[in-house]
Write a protein that binds this ligand. Structure first.
Ligand code: FE
Ligand code: FE
Ligand code: ZN
Length: 286
């Protein structure tokens, strides 16, 4: 069964968010681990957490994903920025683990001039200060578009981060279709080739989540602008190819597109329909 959801607001509390997932006819979700542009967060009471987990269990949600704030830059050479990032990743791994989120994804960061190697050293040190090895949650590195001095636009850089940490078994990967396309991985014409490369460098068993976005920007542009499903440079056929790929189809898919809940509900319904259609055609062709 397809596991699909969208990025959801937690403004009205985590229980309301889970209820909205059900209304949307989705079976997973992504939420921010805290205010994405600031530093604040709300603590969840034991009762609230219990109600949230009840819905998750009753409705059979697939793996849930928390997203660290954009203001968190673990690669930064600036002390205040770096110390803030180290604090946030440590707190949010613990908080999201307590909420029984299966995965927490973060943008590796931007080195802002000190170079990739030095930036990666900072990321590794930050992760080592945050991951105890006792958590259930897996920390996912997101594949990035490579804008500016962003780290993580190549599978090699993600591997270097994972290889450097004390608990690599707690590190997985979240593949963002918009980002890898913008970074120059041709998932439109050669999805198999891209996945083979991923498998050779990182190992496909590390892939835990897919951000299912189309791209407003062209191939290898190193620019990060999400488009809604099928309405960008990647296109519907290629995105359906991602959804039905035998090595990917069991993974959870998350839409990060600028639609409201009603729009996303419609989008998910359409994706399910398109997938069924396709299967029908294949069966008819034998
Ligand atoms: Fe992201
Ligand atoms: Fe993403
Ligand atoms: Zn993006």
């Amino acid at each position: 069964m397809l596991t699909i959801g969208t990025h959801m607001s937690i403004a009205e509390g985590i229980v309301k968010t889970a209820e909205n997932v059900v209304k949307m006819e989705a079976n997973t979700m992504q939420i921010f681990s805290r205010n994405p542009r600031g530093s604040g967060y709300r603590s969840y009471s034991a009762e609230e957490t219990e109600r949230f987990l009840d819905i998750k269990r009753d409705k059979g949600f697939g793996p849930l994903l928390a997203h660290a704030p954009y203001t968190m830059n673990l690669a930064s050479p600036r002390e205040t920025v770096y110390e803030f990032a180290c604090m946030v990743i440590k707190e949010d791994i613990a908080r999201m683990d307590a909420l029984e989120m299966e995965n927490l994804v973060f943008h590796p960061g931007s080195h802002t001039g000190i170079g990739t190697e030095e930036g990666i050293r900072n990321i590794i040190a930050g992760l080592n200060g945050a991951i105890t090895g006792e958590e259930h949650i897996t920390v996912l590195l997101e594949t990035m578009s490579g804008k500016g001095t962003e780290i993580g636009a190549s599978f090699e850089e993600l591997k270097a981060i994972r290889d450097g940490v004390e608990h690599p078994e707690k590190i997985g990967i979240c593949l963002d279709t918009c980002h890898v396309f913008a970074a120059g991985y041709d998932i439109v014409h050669d999805l198999d080739g891209v996945l083979e490369e991923f498998d050779r460098i990182l190992g496909l068993d590390l892939l835990r989540a897919i951000h299912l976005n189309d791209s407003m920007m062209p191939f290898a542009s190193r620019k990060d602008r999400h488009a809604t499903f099928g309405n960008g440079e990647i296109g519907m056929e290629a995105l359906l190819g991602v959804l039905r790929h035998p090595r990917l189809k069991e993974l959870p898919f998350y839409l990060e597109t600028p639609l409201d809940d009603a729009g996303h509900k419609e989008e998910i319904r359409r994706i399910r329909e398109l997938l069924e259609d396709r299967q029908g055609n294949y069966e008819a062709e034998g």
